[in-house]
Ligand binder design. Structure first.
Ligand code: HAM
Length: 461
């Protein structure tokens, strides 16, 4: 464990707890908004690199949209009755006192806004494939895998026609990205929620189905049945799930074109041998979707039998690593005719948590570090150009030039598992030489500076 790792409370010393108290009394990160410490950034870098490789491979170009957008954009696009708009948007108070701006809660609406604003419909060859990697904000109750500021990596395909080939391409690229990270146990849950007209028919049937059981619903659930009844389907409430047994299934209400679109999408996934499960309860929480909707989850690990006398372990339901779907109606809001879109976004905190738990990325370990030790002011002054020349030769140099004493520098050399130490003092500075020390045997030798790189490279071989 090094300086950056967060230690579990039980291994903290009293002094550390005191220091923590001191820290607490100053500032802490805002609830639900977390630091990514240097121990974790290698995972983030690898994830970003894998995402960029996959999006380049499938012909996506990166787009960067602002973090602040008009609130109205999301109210119209994501839906007035969605949780995101109803409860989770961060409104900014402007100098004028108005609250018309928000921190973006997602990116699909922003991308359609940018597509319309920059006239991409005319200026860019279609389909337009766009990728993004950025931070989003939702005022949710923080818990494992759920933050108020979080990262998403996303892919969108905007085309002139609604073709299931694009639905399949989005799912393919999403799946390959997670595969590239060597994540195991991924499962795609997929459903079709049909066209707006199919949904109207289905909602009528669903409301009729609940008619006799309305009293069994909570006030919140009754409100949901009125304003956004599809969200009852993926309710976590056991009572609702029990009531839903025998409820009409949305797939039975699909129009002929919607059915055809979905069947074709599944056929394309079969052709690609991408595993999926049909999930009638999957509706997603954003209003802009039509036809295909999907989520990527991790298969639940088998739950161990409770040990007699011990509290049974809490089973945390799997969180979606990502999700997406088709959003053709969104373009009509921007007066864009004959334009269709499909996309997906992955929640990167969840992906990285899974990678860490599955130990799929090894933390970065310095390869053959060489520690540079200086003694005295003259040596210190002359050390930076020497270190620079070693780094230019791709020799991994570690130093603590701020520390004065030889013993503290050698202790730091031991701590970072240096194989060699270079010792540079006043005498060496005058003689243009340097001492090279084998950290394992302790053997030392003075060598001319001019031969230093060659000798180090030979020793490191
Ligand atoms: P979403 O399902 O709201 O979809 O978010 C996508 C993913 O972002 C989720 O599956 C989850 O992994 C992650 N996520 C969402 N909220 C949080 C949170 N509070 N903390 C941590 N992770 C979170 C969208 O955002 C759509 N724009 C996806 C899309 C793209 N649809 C079409 N194109």
């Amino acid at each position: 464990m090094n300086n950056f790792q967060k230690k579990p409370a039980e291994v903290e010393t009293e002094q550390e707890q005191e220091q923590k108290k001191d820290k607490k009394s100053v500032y802490q990160s805002v609830r639900g908004m977390h630091d990514i410490l240097p121990d974790e950034t290698p995972y983030w870098r690898k994830t970003r690199h894998a995402f960029e490789e996959v999006s380049d491979f499938y012909g996506f170009s990166e787009i960067v949209t602002p973090i602040v957008e008009q609130a109205d954009l999301f109210i119209k696009a994501v839906g007035q009755t969605s949780d995101i708009v109803e409860k989770e948007m961060y409104y900014l108070k402007q100098k004028s006192g108005s609250h018309s701006l928000v921190l973006r809660p997602e990116n699909t609406a922003s991308i359609v806004r940018a597509y319309a604003e920059h006239g991409m419909r005319r200026s860019v060859q279609h389909p337009v494939r766009l990728s993004y990697f950025g931070q989003f904000f939702r005022h949710e109750r923080p818990q494992r895998g759920r933050y108020r500021q979080f990262w998403q990596a996303g892919l969108e395909i905007i085309s002139n026609e609604t073709d299931p080939i694009y639905d399949a391409q989005i799912i393919l690229a999403t799946y390959r990205f997670l595969e590239k990270l060597k994540l195991s146990g991924m499962l795609i849950r997929i459903n079709s929620i049909g066209s707006l007209e199919c949904r109207k028919q289905y909602i009528k049937k669903l409301k009729a189905f609940f008619k006799n059981d309305i009293k069994k619903l909570t006030t919140d659930q009754k409100k949901k049945l009125e304003t956004n009844p599809l969200r009852l389907l993926d309710s976590k409430d056991e009572n609702v799930q029990a009531l839903l047994k025998g409820a009409p299934v949305i797939l039975d209400c699909l129009s002929v074109p919607a059915k055809k679109h979905f069947t074709k999408t599944l056929e394309l996934l079969d052709e690609l041998q991408i595993p999926y499960i049909l999930d009638h309860s999957l509706v997603r929480g954003l209003d802009y979707y039509t036809d295909t909707v999907f989520e990527v989850v991790l298969e639940q690990p088998a739950v161990a039998e409770p040990v007699p006398g011990e509290e049974p372990k809490e089973v945390i339901p799997p969180l979606s690593l990502g999700g997406g779907g088709r959003y053709d109606p969104l373009f009509k809001q921007f007066n864009l005719r004959d334009t269709a879109g499909v996309g997906a976004a992955l929640g990167l905190e969840r992906v990285i948590q899974a990678l860490i738990e599955q130990q799929k990325i090894k933390p970065r370990v310095l390869k053959n570090p060489v520690f540079f030790v200086h003694i005295g002011d003259l040596a210190k002054k002359k050390s930076l150009p020497i270190i620079e020349s070693l780094r230019n030769e791709k020799i991994t140099i570690v130093e603590t030039l701020g520390k004065g004493s030889l013993s503290s520098q050698l202790a730091a050399a031991n701590k970072c598992n240096a194989v060699l130490a270079l010792i540079y003092g006043q005498k060496e500075a005058f003689e243009e030489s340097i001492i090279i020390r084998d950290m394992q045997t302790g053997a030392q030798e003075t060598i001319p500076l001019s031969k230093m790189v060659k000798i180090i490279k030979k020793r490191l071989e």
